[in-house]
Write a protein that binds this ligand. Sequence first.
Ligand code: AMP
Ligand code: ZN
Length: 110
Amino acid sequence: MENCIFCKIIAGDIPSPRYYEDDKIIIIKDIQPQAKLHYLCIPKTHFALLSEMDEEKLEIVKYCFKTIPTLEEKLGLQDGYRVIINQGVNGGQTVPHLHIHLLGGEKLDA
Ligand code: AMP
Ligand code: ZN
């Protein structure tokens, strides 16, 4: 998708170290961390909102939630973390490419 910052990162046009990558997702660090560790799990398929989900995209979202727990130790999240998906304007979504925030590395405020 043209002009999508996450598609550009996935394509390698914007450099960003990958803490995990496979054929379906990448995990990078958020450029403006809101916790000691702040990762973004980004599907390689471009779509913005959960409401756009069809069967194929549902499989991608499922895959994210299946894979993230297998990476907890590798990412330093073994003591727990917060999972956030911002949706649309009211949800504070600034990048219209679905992504999952993973915040941890410290005890977060409730
Ligand atoms: P959201 O507000 O849920 O759409 O989250 C978008 C996130 O992407 C924000 O937390 C930004 O700090 C982060 N972000 C924007 N550009 C980059 C980038 N080039 N590399 C890493 N994270 C980014
Ligand atoms: Zn995109």
